[in-house]
Design a protein around this ligand. Structure first.
Ligand SMILES: Nc1nc2c(ncn2[C@@H]2O[C@H](COP(=O)(O)OP(=O)(O)OP(=O)(O)O)[C@@H](O)[C@H]2O)c(=O)[nH]1
Length: 699
């Protein structure tokens, strides 16, 4: 707001308002309501200058319009141009016509001035936003909804540049050219007023001298009224600017006059004309001095606007005996000849007033009555110029009617030269209009050039993008060799990168495949390890329990029997005690190997149940042969020579076996089966070990 209190003024109220630039920045970066608040503050500064609260409406609306347009991703300059075209201009028009009483001829200027102002501060704000990246941190408040095309961005940037450059240069050029014209105008008018004043003054002085000289002549050489008449008549012929001349005797009776015919016709009717009450008679006759009256309407000899010049003349050389007075009535309308010499400009008028501000002469077109008062008001309205502006017809109007200059004569009279204001405004308007046209043409060119420019860049880029978005067909490059160097270099670098990437990818795929295979192997191994007993390599108890369910299901479907066997090495403690733990371990391994050769069907599960105890789950068991098979194993084991790894001593072990053979539907829980097998094992141990006890449960 503070900034806005000091608007930079161009000719005739063209104001460049920095506050409005801030408003546009707020609209673009922060949105409509921030912009509205900024506009309110900025308008307060403007209002002090314009003295009109309506600026709140204009600029508040403009701020909201720009803010909402920004939310729709419309560039500020385009939005502002649209605002002034659709809302601003009609609003200023109505405001000017309804509230400011501005004549229609001035509206073009006022409206285009506002539009130009709008475009300038919007362009300036947009460029500031582009140029000061620090402002972008505010940008989060209003996000771009869509990505903009490069051509649109380029066009906008160029448009901003062109608008700002052109408008600024046009305004500055117009400003200086108008300033210069004003200086010249002022100079011309000053010269003219001095010229006219000098001419008028000379005219009066000449005629004053004529009266004075004639009075002297009458003193010296004329004694009779006849002689007076002759002098008067010849004098009048030489100085026709006197509308009439007369000589009055000491009794104030007119004795001579020119034109004589008038005197004679008056005398016929009235006998004589007495002028003792006339100021010029009193001043010259009684006060013995040369006298020039104020302007007045004549009487007696006519009623023209005149000034009377009078001087006394005497009968004797000592000037003791007064013979009468001589008077000449200077016709004020004769000043028009002075005006006529000033006819170099048709829109110029002259007004000459006396010391009482009565119009002595006014150019015809002003239509002033002679001797009426010259009233005028100095215009301090909305138009600012380096010239003095006045209104004389419509004194309340804010629109100035005339540019004026004046000069005071020695006798207290003043000459005014008035020049119509509207041609000057018209000139400013024409200059502004031509700036507009120039702007329009430049914008069309800008659109064309920026589209071409962006095509130069976007087409090769698009081609590069296409090249890389399609699957590699192994075909040669389709990029135009004439594309810009940077784009072609980008393309080449991308091709190299892509090749490197593909090679790297293949290498990576191979590595991944190898690693996956290794991992799979390790995984299998791990799974095995999890399920295997590390000492014997047999499945462990957990695996057997887990697998039991699957085997049970399988046998249930085929209604087959399952045998669950528990085997416990006999007196194993002694093995450890006699041959050592390593021998015990070796024994366990040998028993396991033998078990695996005896129970080798894929479907059989041979597991170490714990310590020197083993578990067999044998599905699809033949109840008739199972006991025999178990005993076969038991006997084979009892024959097996086991060698202690330490001292190489050989020894043998036996095994006790408890088992159960039953149909799969016997029980779903392995514990139940094991319980029976364990009981049988217990029995086998009880009965002296190295034997098999089996329960065959049939339906
Ligand atoms: N070397 C070795 N010994 C084990 C292992 N697991 C268990 N043992 C031993 O096996 C022996 C089992 O002894 P007991 O439970 O008393 O049974 P036993 O000596 O076999 O007697 P019965 O079962 O009654 O015939 C204990 O001494 C355990 O230390 C093993 O992995 N390695």
């Amino acid at each position: 707001m503070l900034i806005n209190c000091f608007p930079i003024q161009f000719f005739a109220n063209v104001q460049f308002v920095l506050g409005n630039t801030m408003t546009v920045i707020a609209a673009v970066l922060l949105g409509p309501w921030y912009a509205f608040v900024t506009a309110m503050m900025a308008s307060t500064g403007l209002m002090l200058v314009w003295d009109s609260p309506h600026v709140y409406l204009f600029f508040g609306l403009e701020a909201l319009f720009l803010g909402y347009a920004r939310r729709r991703d419309i560039y500020a300059l385009y939005a502002d141009a649209a605002y002034w075209l659709l809302i601003g201009a009609p609003m200023v028009y109505l405001y000017a016509v309804l509230l400011m009483d501005i004549p229609p001829s001035h509206l073009g200027f006022i409206i285009s001035k506002q539009g130009i102002n709008g475009l300038i501060y919007t362009s300036l704000a947009s460029l500031l936003i582009l140029a000061i990246p620090k402002l972008w941190f505010l940008k989060d408040k209003v996000k771009d909804r869509h990505r903009r095309q490069l051509s649109a961005q380029l066009t906008y940037f160029f448009t901003l540049m062109v608008t700002l450059t052109l408008l600024f240069s046009a305004l500055i050029f117009n400003f200086y050219s108008l300033e210069r014209q004003q200086v010249m105008l002022k100079q011309n008018m000053t010269e003219a007023v001095v010229h006219i004043s000098t001419a008028a003054q000379n005219h009066i002085e000449n005629h004053k001298a004529v009266i004075q000289n004639t009075a002297n002549q009458l003193n010296l050489m004329a004694d009779t009224p006849e002689q007076w008449q002759a002098i008067l008549s010849s004098l009048h012929q030489s100085y026709p600017s006197f509308i009439s001349m007369l000589i009055a005797d000491p009794a104030a009776n007119i004795v001579n006059a020119s034109p004589l015919s008038r005197l004679l016709s008056i005398q016929k009717q009235q006998q004589s004309i007495n002028i003792k009450d006339r100021e010029y008679f009193i001043e010259s006759f009684y006060n013995h001095r040369f006298f020039v009256s104020s302007a007045f309407l004549g009487r007696g000899f006519g009623n023209d606007a005149i000034i009377a010049m009078s001087a006394p003349f005497y009968l004797d050389e000592q000037h003791t005996k007064i013979a009468g007075i001589i008077e000449g009535s200077l016709d004020l309308s004769h000043f028009s000849y002075i005006d006529q010499v000033n006819k170099y400009s048709t829109d110029e008028s002259v007004v000459m007033v006396d010391e009482q501000n009565q119009i002595i002469y006014a150019s015809e077109k002003l239509a002033f009555k002679p001797l009426s008062q010259f009233n005028f008001v100095i215009n301090k309205g909305v138009y600012r110029a380096n010239l003095d502006l006045i209104n004389i017809h419509n004194t309340t109007s804010i629109v100035p009617e005339y540019i004026y200059t004046h000069h005071e004569l020695n006798n207290g009279w003043t000459v005014y030269i008035l020049k119509e204001f509207s041609p000057l405004l018209k000139l400013a308007e024409e200059q502004m209009f031509s700036s507009f046209i120039l702007l329009l043409i430049s914008l069309v060119c800008t659109f064309y050039i920026s589209t071409k420019l962006s095509t130069l860049l976007t087409v090769p880029l698009e081609a590069v993008a296409n090249q890389f978005s399609q699957p590699d067909t192994g075909k040669a490059s389709t990029i135009d060799e004439n594309s810009p160097k940077e784009v072609f270099s980008l393309y080449q670098r991308l091709v190299t990168s892509k090749q490197q990437l593909v090679a790297h990818q293949l290498e990576l795929e191979q590595t991944v495949a190898n690693r996956t295979a290794e991992l799979e192997k390790a995984n299998i191994k791990l799974t095995e390890l999890v399920d295997r007993d590390p000492l014997t390599g047999l499945y462990n108890r957990r695996y057997a329990e887990r697998k039991f369910g699957e085997l049970l299901d399988f046998c249930l479907r085929s209604e087959q029997a399952i045998t669950v066997v528990l085997l416990d090495l006999d007196l194993f403690k002694r093995v450890n005690d006699n041959y050592g733990h390593l021998a015990g371990d070796e024994c366990l391994r040998n028993v396991s190997q033998l078990m695996q050769t005896y129970f080798k069907r894929d479907i059989d599960i041979v597991a170490r149940y714990g310590g020197e105890e083993f578990l067999l789950i044998l599905p699809l068991s033949n109840a008739l042969h199972i006991e025999q098979h178990l005993n076969g194993f038991r006997e084979a084991l009892s024959q097996l020579n086991i060698t202690s790894p330490e001292d190489k001593q050989s020894f043998k072990v036996t095994v006790s076996i408890g088992a159960i053979t039953a149909n799969a539907d016997y029980n779903v829980q392995l514990d139940k089966w094991i319980k029976v097998a364990d009981d049988n094992l217990y029995q086998a141990k009880q009965q002296g070990r190295n034997r098999t006890i089996i329960n065959i449960i049939s339906d």
